[in-house]
Design a protein around this ligand. Structure first.
Ligand code: SF4
Ligand code: SF4
Length: 106
Protein backbone atom coordinates (compact mmCIF):
# COMPACT_ATOMS: atom_id res chain seq x y z
CA UNK A 1 0.00 0.00 0.00
CA UNK A 2 1.14 3.57 -0.30
CA UNK A 3 1.08 6.80 -2.15
CA UNK A 4 3.18 8.06 -5.01
CA UNK A 5 4.71 11.53 -5.26
CA UNK A 6 4.91 13.02 -8.73
CA UNK A 7 8.09 15.01 -8.14
CA UNK A 8 7.66 17.23 -11.19
CA UNK A 9 4.38 18.56 -9.72
CA UNK A 10 5.53 18.89 -6.09
CA UNK A 11 6.35 22.46 -5.02
CA UNK A 12 7.56 21.43 -1.56
CA UNK A 13 4.82 23.33 0.27
CA UNK A 14 4.83 20.76 3.10
CA UNK A 15 1.04 20.46 3.54
CA UNK A 16 1.14 16.68 3.16
CA UNK A 17 3.98 16.47 5.68
CA UNK A 18 1.95 18.39 8.26
CA UNK A 19 -1.27 16.46 7.72
CA UNK A 20 -0.12 12.82 7.77
CA UNK A 21 -1.34 11.31 11.07
CA UNK A 22 1.49 8.78 10.97
CA UNK A 23 4.26 11.32 10.33
CA UNK A 24 5.22 9.28 7.28
CA UNK A 25 5.99 12.09 4.84
CA UNK A 26 9.00 14.37 4.72
CA UNK A 27 10.74 16.75 2.33
CA UNK A 28 14.01 15.76 0.70
CA UNK A 29 16.71 18.09 2.09
CA UNK A 30 18.26 18.97 -1.26
CA UNK A 31 15.35 18.86 -3.71
CA UNK A 32 12.66 20.05 -1.29
CA UNK A 33 10.21 17.48 -2.69
CA UNK A 34 7.93 15.29 -0.62
CA UNK A 35 8.61 11.59 -0.21
CA UNK A 36 7.05 8.69 1.68
CA UNK A 37 9.40 7.50 4.41
CA UNK A 38 7.78 4.11 4.97
CA UNK A 39 5.31 2.65 2.48
CA UNK A 40 4.59 -0.37 4.67
CA UNK A 41 3.35 1.89 7.47
CA UNK A 42 0.97 3.87 5.24
CA UNK A 43 -2.63 2.74 5.74
CA UNK A 44 -3.96 4.70 2.79
CA UNK A 45 -6.12 7.21 4.63
CA UNK A 46 -5.76 9.64 1.71
CA UNK A 47 -5.40 12.71 3.97
CA UNK A 48 -2.17 13.73 2.27
CA UNK A 49 -3.52 13.09 -1.22
CA UNK A 50 -6.56 15.28 -0.61
CA UNK A 51 -4.48 18.05 0.96
CA UNK A 52 -2.06 18.49 -1.94
CA UNK A 53 -2.92 21.67 -3.87
CA UNK A 54 -0.87 20.57 -6.88
CA UNK A 55 -2.34 17.11 -7.43
CA UNK A 56 1.16 15.73 -6.95
CA UNK A 57 0.08 12.74 -4.87
CA UNK A 58 -1.84 9.66 -5.89
CA UNK A 59 -2.89 6.51 -4.12
CA UNK A 60 -1.84 3.17 -5.53
CA UNK A 61 -4.74 0.75 -5.20
CA UNK A 62 -4.43 -2.87 -4.09
CA UNK A 63 -4.47 -5.41 -6.92
CA UNK A 64 -7.73 -6.91 -5.66
CA UNK A 65 -9.60 -3.62 -6.13
CA UNK A 66 -8.69 -2.53 -9.65
CA UNK A 67 -5.72 -4.52 -10.93
CA UNK A 68 -1.98 -4.04 -10.67
CA UNK A 69 -0.91 -0.42 -11.15
CA UNK A 70 -4.32 1.20 -10.72
CA UNK A 71 -4.34 4.60 -9.04
CA UNK A 72 -6.79 7.02 -7.50
CA UNK A 73 -6.49 10.81 -7.42
CA UNK A 74 -8.87 13.38 -5.97
CA UNK A 75 -9.61 16.95 -7.01
CA UNK A 76 -11.04 18.75 -3.99
CA UNK A 77 -13.73 21.37 -4.60
CA UNK A 78 -15.67 23.43 -2.07
CA UNK A 79 -18.68 21.15 -1.96
CA UNK A 80 -17.46 17.88 -3.47
CA UNK A 81 -14.46 15.80 -4.47
CA UNK A 82 -14.00 14.45 -7.98
CA UNK A 83 -12.13 11.13 -7.83
CA UNK A 84 -10.25 9.90 -10.88
CA UNK A 85 -9.64 6.17 -11.02
CA UNK A 86 -7.06 5.10 -13.59
CA UNK A 87 -7.04 1.41 -14.48
CA UNK A 88 -3.89 -0.42 -15.64
CA UNK A 89 -5.41 -0.56 -19.14
CA UNK A 90 -5.40 3.25 -19.25
CA UNK A 91 -9.17 3.45 -18.90
CA UNK A 92 -10.22 6.34 -16.68
CA UNK A 93 -13.33 6.60 -14.54
CA UNK A 94 -14.44 9.72 -12.66
CA UNK A 95 -16.97 10.00 -9.89
CA UNK A 96 -17.98 12.88 -7.62
CA UNK A 97 -18.71 12.64 -3.91
CA UNK A 98 -20.55 15.44 -2.15
CA UNK A 99 -18.72 16.64 0.95
CA UNK A 100 -20.84 19.56 2.09
CA UNK A 101 -24.58 20.08 1.96
CA UNK A 102 -24.51 23.86 2.35
CA UNK A 103 -21.58 25.78 0.83
CA UNK A 104 -20.10 28.32 3.24
CA UNK A 105 -21.19 26.53 6.41
CA UNK A 106 -18.76 24.58 8.56
S1 SF4 B 1 -2.23 8.03 2.98
FE1 SF4 B 1 -2.49 8.68 5.13
S2 SF4 B 1 -1.04 7.41 6.27
FE2 SF4 B 1 -0.44 7.26 4.12
S3 SF4 B 1 1.13 8.86 3.88
FE3 SF4 B 1 -0.86 9.78 3.33
S4 SF4 B 1 -1.64 10.78 5.19
FE4 SF4 B 1 0.03 9.34 5.76
S1 SF4 C 1 1.26 18.84 -0.48
FE1 SF4 C 1 1.78 18.31 -2.62
S2 SF4 C 1 3.01 20.04 -3.39
FE2 SF4 C 1 2.97 20.18 -1.13
S3 SF4 C 1 4.84 19.07 -0.45
FE3 SF4 C 1 3.15 17.58 -0.45
S4 SF4 C 1 3.23 16.61 -2.48
FE4 SF4 C 1 4.45 18.49 -2.61
Amino acid sequence: MGITVKAEQCTGCGRCVDICPGDLLALLPQEGKAYLRSARDCWGCMSCVKSCPEGALERRLPFSLAGYGASLRPKVHETHIVWTLRYPSGEVEEFAVKTREHPGRA
